[in-house]
Design a protein around this ligand. Structure first.
Ligand code: NAD
Length: 465
């Protein structure tokens, strides 16, 4: 008789069991082990660089330059950074001991959670599956990765890369879509790291609540980009167009909409149009450097937004290729879908403001964004915006590049997520802080032991008050 076919849930249970068992052996906690696994990962990525870039090209029409800059190269950098600083990140830190506990030694060590689950989205499918893994390894965990099903070529490359580099009881990949993810989320993990949309983030947090599993949620939202009249508009336009149309707009931290000072709009928009032409030529459909929309569902969703305003530039589409030209929309209402939902595509709606107060109020009337970008030379306005708005991270006078500073924590706040990673913060996101007080075996002050009497109480007050 043939043995019964393995169901996804049974496979998942087997993997989790094996990883938990392996974690208990303690090997993953050693500095040398963590370093050697990071080096293995680095070599594995370097050896498959072309395969990874080809998969990204097939799934998202990503150019090799974009693929290297935002998917593989950035991970190699992250690994290099972790290898350099890991001993310091792992170091035990002594803290002062109060007199009442003297003599003793108190210290904090970052400890791994154990067996973690990493769920990745489709837009930077390699980067967003592997960057959390770098942090998970650095922190001494075992891990299961669930890549996005919307990018089958990249998902397969990730599965092979991990399968050929690590044993399953240490790091494993489980491929699949919503049912697989649902099956994974029913299990008990020691920590869940999720990157994706706000709606699914809520599902993840609800599932995690069952076992009180800690979560990091890297979500999305509408990131505003404010421009006032005090800056060089040519440079601002170039940086905005770069951020909005990189990866065909499918970037969580892309400037989602423009909030431009009314008197500046007519000078800024032609500069953005000129930048688009400079980057992608007069017909971006012909450019090797311009991406495509991941699937038909997202293409149809984006196509509808084109009707939410007047097309200033762009607007062309090709259903067959899932191509949407870099588009700037004016005359947009703030309650229209393009201004209510995260766009996640190559469309830039333009809103105007009169006073600085109006710009700040507009941002504060909406969910807290993942990123905020401000183009200004006016230090007072800069201070006001930073002091009076709440967002995950951002740039003054640029877009998106805050991500390339390894020690800047990357994460959202409110609807755009909780927790952060990259560099040291990634290591910390995958660790908890363990406190240990080591007491002297020789001296045992009897103050705390009953029977309690008046002099003991007085002494206690002296120690603690
Ligand atoms: P998504 O939320 O649809 O999917 C993310 C993951 O969740 C995928 O692996 C998918 O298989 C799984 N999933 C989808 N629906 C599910 C369900 N109902 N139940 C259980 N699992 C489910 O996100 P996406 O469309 O792949 O990516 C786009 C979103 O991700 C955008 O909102 C974007 O802003 C956000 N994002 C955030 C960051 C960040 O770092 N903050 C980075 C990239 C993308």
């Amino acid at each position: 008789m043939k043995p019964p076919a393995e169901t996804p849930s049974r496979k998942i249970l087997g993997l989790i069991g094996a990883q938990k068992e392996y974690f208990l052996k303690g090997e993953t906690r050693e500095l040398d082990f963590r370093k050697s696994q990071l080096k293995r990962l680095k070599l594995a990525i370097e050896a498959r660089e072309n395969i990874i870039l080809e998969a990204l090209q097939k799934d998202l029409g990503k150019s090799a330059f974009e693929g290297y800059a935002s998917e593989t190269g950035i991970i190699l950098e992250e690994i290099k950074h972790a290898l350099k600083w890991l001993p310091r990140w792992m170091a035990e830190r002594a803290v002062p001991v109060p007199l009442s506990q003297f003599p003793a030694y108190a210290s904090i060590t970052p400890e791994p959670f154990g067996n973690v689950l990493i769920i990745a989205p489709y837009n930077y499918p390699f980067h967003l599956a592997i960057a959390p893994l770098v942090a998970a390894i650095a922190a001494g965990n075992t891990a299961i990765i669930k890549p996005s099903e919307l990018v089958p070529h990249t998902s397969l490359v990730i599965r092979d890369l991990i399968g050929q580099t690590f044993p399953e009881n240490y790091i494993a990949v489980v491929e699949g879509g919503r049912p697989t993810n649902t099956a994974l989320l029913k299990q008990r993990f020691d920590m869940i790291f999720f990157t994706g949309g706000t709606a699914v983030g809520k599902i993840v947090m609800q599932a995690a609540a069952k076992y009180l599993t800690p979560v990091v949620l890297e979500l999305g939202g509408k990131s505003p980009c404010i421009v006032d009249g005090s800056v060089n508009l040519k440079t601002a336009a170039r940086r905005i167009a770069w951020g909005r149309f990189w990866n065909a707009g499918q970037t969580c931290v892309a400037p989602d909409y423009l909030l431009v000072e009314r008197s500046v709009k007519d000078r800024l928009l032609p500069e953005i149009k000129a930048s688009i032409e400079q980057f992608y030529g007069s017909d971006p459909a012909q450019s090797k450097d311009y991406g495509r929309i991941v699937n038909q569902r997202h293409f149809d969703r984006l196509k509808k937004y084109l009707k939410n305003g007047k097309v200033f530039t762009g607007g062309q589409i090709s259903v067959k290729e899932r191509y949407i030209a870099p588009t700037v929309l004016t005359d947009v209402k703030s309650d229209s879908p393009v201004m209510q939902e995260e766009i996640f595509g190559p469309i830039l709606p333009v809103m105007e403001y009169g006073t600085e107060q109006e710009a700040i109020d507009f941002i504060n009337s909406r969910p807290r964004p993942l990123a905020l970008y401000l183009f200004t030379a006016n230090r007072k306005f800069e201070r006001e915006v930073l002091k009076r708005t709440t967002f995950g991270g951002g740039c003054v006078n640029d877009t998106m590049v805050h991500l390339s500073v390894p020690d800047l924590p990357f994460g959202g706040v409110g609807d755009s997520g909780m927790g952060a990673y990259h560099g040291r913060m990634g290591f910390e996101a995958f660790s908890y802080k363990r406190s240990v007080l080591r007491k002297s075996r020789w001296i045992d002050i009897p103050l705390r032991y009953p029977p309690f009497n008046g002099p003991k109480f007085q002494l206690l007050k002296k120690f603690m008050g």
